[in-house]
Every structure is written in C-alpha cells, then in structure tokens.
Design a binder for this molecule. Structure first.
Ligand code: NAP
Length: 320
C-alpha cells in the first residue's frame, strides 16, 4: 500500500493553521504547513488587535502573527511557501498538488485557507482598485493624509478601520446600507464620538468615478428615498465582509453552506474522513482571531484521534 509522506498537512498559515501546526509539531506528528504568502493571514494587515487574551495593552496584527509564527517554529514546525494547484481529499491518502506539479501526500489535512474581502461589484470598483479603491485600511491608510475618504460597511471591520483611517484622513464618511450598525457597541461609541467620522445611513454606493491620472474622484450614492447624490472623495475603503477562499478546494467533495463556507462538526471534522477545517473558512457566526486559534487546536486534536484509529504504516516491533 502507498505510504503518505506526512501524517498531517495543514493548508494555510493564519492563526488557525499556525495553532494547529504548533500543536502538531509539539505533539511530534510528521506535519507540514503549506502557505502561499507569508504566515499570518488576514491578521497581518489588521492595524490593532485589542481583544486577544494575554495582550492587555493590545498588539498590532503583525506582531501577534509574528509571535504565533515564532511559537510554532520553536517546536520545529516544517513550513513550505508554495501555491497549491489542487487537492484530492477523497481517499485514505490525501494528495496535494503544487503549482510546480510536485505532489505532497498526507493521511490527514486541516484546511485553514481563511477568507478574503467581499467586493461591491459596482462599476468603477475593478477599474480603480489600487488607485483609490482599497480593501485594506492598514495597507493603504497612509496614502490618504489630509484627504476626504469613504468607508463602506457597518460591521466590526468597517468601523474599526474607519477609526484607524481618522489618523490620516481629514474626514471619513461611513456609508452604510441600513440605519444601524452591526459593529460591537464599544466600536460604535468610539466612532460616534470621533469628530472626523460622518455617517450616511440607508445609503448604497452605485458607481465609483475617477480619472486615469488621479484615480477615484467621486461616488454616486443612492439614498433610502431613491434620491441620488455625489460624494467627492479620493479614496473608498470597501469593508463589507468576507468570502471563503475555496478556489483550490474540491468543493464537490466538501459540504458547504450557501455562501461557500465549509461545514464541520464541533470537532472540526468536514464531510470527508481525515479532513478537518478551522478558522474563517468554516461556516460559523463569530470570526475572531481567538476562535480561529482555538479551532486550530481542536482540529489538530481531532487529527490525533483520527490517526490513532488508523492502521499503523508498519507493524510495531517492540524488540528493536
Ligand atoms: P460583517 O460583520 O459581515 O459585516 C459586513 C457589513 O457590510 C455589514 O454591515 C453589511 O451590512 C455590510 N454589507 C455587506 N454586503 C454589502 C453590500 N453589498 N453593500 C453594502 N454593504 C454591505 O463583516 P466584517 O465587519 O468584515 O466582519 C467579519 C467577521 O470578523 C465578523 O464576525 C466580525 O465580528 C469579525 N471581526 C471582529 C473584529 C473585532 O472583534 N475587533 C474586527 C473585525 C472583524 P448589513 O449590516 O446590512 O448586513
């Protein structure tokens, strides 16, 4: 019978993947973490994390992920920075094919591919992406010093990042499609008290206008009474939630919800034996760094349980 190269391959190196990797390396599994970019995931571009236990004064997203990576490294987690082309998860041995054609095999897989920012899908959004349209306040905020900008969305990300953007912009207009925010009360209170933030309620962005030379110049807005207006801004931050990173996953093999997030049980097991999922890729209500890390730990412990019930590769020889 074919033997797998690894007991476990973890796909994705955000908080969930790194925690699973830390547990697996410390638990002496033969484990590989495959990540296409830098370890850290979406948190890397989060300006400030104020609610991760143990960091009483808060911590930057970058520093937190740096510490998580160093922690996994201390136990010798093997990492591979490569782009995955496809995964075949159906059999007892799971095969991961990299973009360069190389194949990696494992007895179990933890999927931690996370999620990416959702798009508005309106005219001008694609055209001016990177030239006034942004999905990351931490990355692009400093470009808007003393300028008037807009943030679209009413969740934690939109309000947290609107607050962050007031460090640079002269005015931040939050455009929200409803009359109340989804963000937590503490963020709402901070935003309502911030003199640089103005709210446009029950308003949608219909189009983004600009010019080839200068990028975004204004937004066409539609208000609750169907009136339209123009808002002059040089930047628009679209922070309207996330979509699952499933492009490389065999979605015909995996059960998912209507938005494409993976369905697991409470032990993080997906619909395929030996395949687990953790972090933002899972179908769930709360997406916090601390959940992702916790789910990474649960998924790895489930892998240990799963492997414990599998036949060993070679019979034990206690006389050696
Ligand atoms: P979210 O909670 O799903 O909020 C998305 C926001 O965008 C909602 O206000 C939604 O409006 C709006 N929206 C969605 N589609 C839209 C569209 N097509 N046009 C206009 N507006 C649209 O997403 P999120 O804020 O990115 O947060 C994602 C997860 O991360 C959440 O679980 C959140 O709690 C978590 N998070 C936590 C923290 C923290 O704890 N500090 C920070 C950031 C994120 P409606 O309200 O009308 O649906």
């Amino acid at each position: 019978m074919q033997q797998a190269q690894y007991q476990l391959i973890i796909v994705g190196g955000g908080p969930a993947g790194l925690t699973a990797g830390l547990y697996a390396a410390r638990g002496r599994l033969s484990v590989l973490l495959v990540e296409k970019g830098a370890t850290g995931g979406q948190v890397l571009v989060t300006d400030w994390v104020d609610n991760y236990p143990g960091f009483a004064d808060g911590v930057s997203g970058f520093d937190l992920m740096d510490k998580m990576t160093a922690h996994a490294d201390r136990f010798g987690l093997e990492k591979r920075f490569a782009t995955i082309a496809s995964l075949d998860l159906a059999g007892d041995i799971k095969t991961i094919t990299l973009e360069n054609g190389e194949q990696l095999t494992a007895k179990s897989v933890i999927i931690c591919t996370g999620a990416k920012p959702r798009k508005l899908g309106i005219p001008g959004e694609y055209e001016y992406a990177g030239r006034g349209v942004s999905y990351c306040a931490t990355c692009d905020g400093p470009f808007y010093r003393n300028q008037e900008i807009a943030v679209v969305g009413g969740g934690n990300t939109a309000i947290q990042e609107a607050l962050h953007l007031t460090k640079f912009a002269s005015k931040v207009t939050v455009i929200h499609r409803r009359g109340e925010l989804r963000a937590t009360k503490i963020l709402q209170e901070k935003a309502f008290c911030n003199e640089k933030i103005e709210f446009l309620w029950n308003t949608q962005v219909l189009e983004i206008h600009g010019s080839k030379n200068t990028g975004v110049e204004d937004l066409v807005l539609q208000h609750f009474n169907n009136d339209q207006s123009i808002l002059k801004v040089t930047g628009i931050f679209v922070l309207i939630g996330i979509a699952p990173n499933t492009e490389i996953l065999p979605m015909r093999q995996l059960k998912s919800d209507e938005s494409g997030f993976l369905i697991t049980d409470e032990e993080m097991a997906t619909s395929i034996p030996g395949v687990f999922a953790a972090g933002d890729i899972r179908s769930k209500r709360s997406r916090q760094i601390v959940n992702a890390a916790g789910e990474g730990a649960v998924a790895e412990l489930s892998v240990e349980h799963y492997l414990g019930n599998q036949a060993p590769d070679q019979p034990l020889n206690c006389s050696e």
